[in-house]
Each structure stands twice: as structure tokens, then as C-alpha cells.
Design a protein around this ligand. Structure first.
Ligand code: SF4
Length: 328
């Protein structure tokens, strides 16, 4: 059966993935493979804009690839590769920067946020981040980019850049990508307050052992008003309950919803139940991950093979781009 078009998505090499990564991106990556030709890229060059040290970059890239593959990204169906292994992306990024207004780049909310986060390292790469992202997308003749609403402005920027390029060089060689707005669930961390993130250390790694997982789950913050076992709770404000809705059966969710409100179930028991369901759900992933980890060379081979396939598409695009620009 022919597929509906080509999807591109990239993610920074953040190492071992957590529940937030899984529910927010990886699950969708796996599902999209059914209907689209997918290209999934580990964007190591993007990571350089914020990293102070690259000491763990290689290992983090490897761990993330391992998690992606274990979760069901199929390298026979999809192209999985590392951004810097296809150098054409930097060439295209430089060419596109000639049609990218500086004022527009510095006006993007994401840039302002980065400046706020790292005021002592406002480097040129940080400003031109959306240009490199545009190059990533258009280099592979992408039809569709699945993004959450917070990233939509970057894809709109990519679309405008393609139009500017076409206008400047009187050509139509690049494909204007479509945005596929994806509902990215906001997965809260164990603190129950902030988005799950490694840097906040409020995350639950997918590759933990069942025992380690249970230990982390037991630290999760629940309904702050529920001080004692005998106090009725409110599942609507409890992150453990939100997680139950994803990982537990509808009957169990219903039972907790009722019993919590009349103090019929305690938080310790409720968390144990969530941990057990989470561990059961992650068991196939963990089994596959352990098997893949036995042979690291195979992971690197998959990434190199992905880069070889990506490079073929990239070079086809660059031949047209160089000609359109009039490079001698
Ligand atoms: Fe949350 Fe469960 Fe405790 Fe209710 S019983 S407050 S849902 S952890």
C-alpha cells in the first residue's frame, strides 16, 4: 500500500528517554510509520547550541537511538540517522540563511526563551537554529512535520523561508512543508507541578528496572490536600491519577476515581498499582532494549545505514538548490 507522504521529525540527543518523551513523541513516531514514509533524525548539531560540554554527546545519541528502536521505530520502514552524518544540511542551512531576516529570528518566542535561559551564551547558532531546522526539513523533501503547538512557529518560519528562497532565486525547487498539529500531552514530572524533564530530575526513565521504577513512582507527589490516609482525595488534581488514565484499565481508573474521593484507597496502594501497570506495559520495550544493547555495533550500523539513505535524498535536493542559486 502506498503511503501518504514523507514525515520528518528530529529530536536532540538527550540520552535515555523518559515517560514524557515516550508519551509526547516516541509513541507518535511509531504510529506514523503505518501511514507515512518517516525520517527520524537525532539532531546533534542542534544540541551544540546549548551544550556546554559534548562529553556525553555520543553516548546520549546511542542511548536515544536504542530507546527509539526498542519502542518500535523500524529501521526497515523508516530512516533513522544522526544529523551531522549528512553534511549537506549545513550547506543548505548556510544558503537559506541568506534569505532569513535576522529580525524575524530574534523575534521568535523560542529564541527569547533561550536567551533568558542562557544569557551568557547567546551564540549565532542559537539565533539561526530555525534556519538549520528549516534545512533539516526541506533537505529531505518533507511533506509533513508533526509538531506540538509550541513548535508551530518554527514550521511557519520554514514555510516562509521556502517562499523567500523561491522568490529570491526565481525557482520552485523546494517543497513547502505542511504542519501536522499533534496533540502533545503535557506529561508532568514526579513533582506533579512541572513538565517531566531530565534537567529537573522529575522524570521516570523507560529503561529503569521494575524495582527502580516502583521506587521512583513511590516518590510521586499526589493531591497536596490529602495529608492523611483517612482524608478524601481529589484525583482531578493528582498526577498519579493522570498516569493511571494512560496505563491502567478503565475499570481500575473508575475504581480509583471513586475510592480516592471517599478515602477508600490510600496513595501508597494507588501508586503501587500504577507502578505495576507501568512495569507491565514497559516489559516488551525493556526486553527488546536489553536484546539490542547486547550488540552496540548493530545500532551504529542502523544509524550509518540511515545516514546513507538520507544522504541520497539530500544530495538530490542540493543539486537542484546549487543550480537554482547559480553557484558555479
Ligand atoms: Fe492520587 Fe491515588 Fe492518592 Fe487519589 S489515591 S490522591 S488518585 S495517588
Amino acid at each position: 500500500m502506498s503511503k501518504k507522504g514523507r514525515v520528518f521529525s528530529g529530536a536532540r540527543p538527550t540520552g535515555r528517554q523518559h515517560l514524557g518523551n515516550y508519551l509526547g513523541a516516541m509513541k507518535n513516531y511509531v504510529a506514523l510509520q503505518k501511514d507515512y514514509d518517516c525520517i527520524y533524525c537525532i539532531v546533534d548539531l542542534h544540541a551544540l547550541t546549548t551544550l556546554e560540554t559534548t562529553r556525553d554527546l555520543k553516548q546520549n545519541t546511542f542511548e536515544m537511538a536504542l530507546d527509539w528502536l526498542a519502542a518500535g521505530i523500524d529501521p526497515r520502514e523508516s530512516i533513522v540517522f544522526i544529523q551531522s552524518h549528512v553534511p549537506q544540511v549545513t550547506e543548505l542551512s548556510l544558503i537559506l540563511s541568506m534569505v532569513s531576516p535576522l529580525g524575524k529570528l530574534t523575534d521568535l518566542p523560542t529564541f527569547k526563551e533561550k536567551v533568558r535561559m542562557q544569557p551568557n551564551n547567546v551564540n549565532l547558532g542559537l539565533v539561526s537554529y530555525p534556519v538549520l531546522m528549516t534545512a533539516d526539513i526541506v533537505l529531505y523533501e518533507t511533506d509533513i512535520v508533526p509538531v506540538g503547538i509550541d513548535q508551530a512557529s518554527h514550521i511557519e518560519f520554514a514555510r516562509e523561508t521556502v517562499r523567500s528562497f523561491h522568490y529570491r532565486y526565481n525557482t520552485t525547487v523546494l517543497k513547502e512543508p505542511e504542519i501536522k498539529l499533534t496533540e502533545v500531552p503535557k506529561v508532568l514530572g514526579t513533582d506533579g507541578q512541572q513538565k517531566m524533564s531530565k534537567s529537573l530530575n522529575n522524570h521516570i526513565e523507560l529503561a529503569l528496572t521494575p524495582e527502580e521504577t516502583t521506587k521512583v513512582v513511590m516518590t510521586m507527589v499526589t493531591d497536596p490536600q490529602r495529608q492523611r490516609r483517612t482524608d478524601p482525595g481529589n484525583p482531578d488534581v493528582c498526577n498519579v491519577f493522570s498516569m493511571h488514565k494512560v496505563f491502567s484499565s478503565p475499570e481500575e481508573v473508575e475504581m480509583i476515581n471513586t475510592e480516592c474521593r471517599r478515602a477508600g484507597i490510600g496513595c501508597v496502594d494507588c501508586k503501587k498499582r500504577f507502578a505495576a501497570n507501568l512495569n507491565a506495559s514497559l516489559a516488551p520495550f525493556r526486553e527488546k532494549r536489553a536484546a539490542l544493547a547486547q550488540n552496540p555495533d548493530e545500532i551504529w550500523d542502523i544509524l550509518h545505514d540511515g545516514a546513507n539513505r538520507a544522504r541520497v535524498i539530500a544530495e538530490q535536493t542540493m543539486v537542484k538548490v546549487r543550480e537554482a542559486v547559480g553557484l558555479p
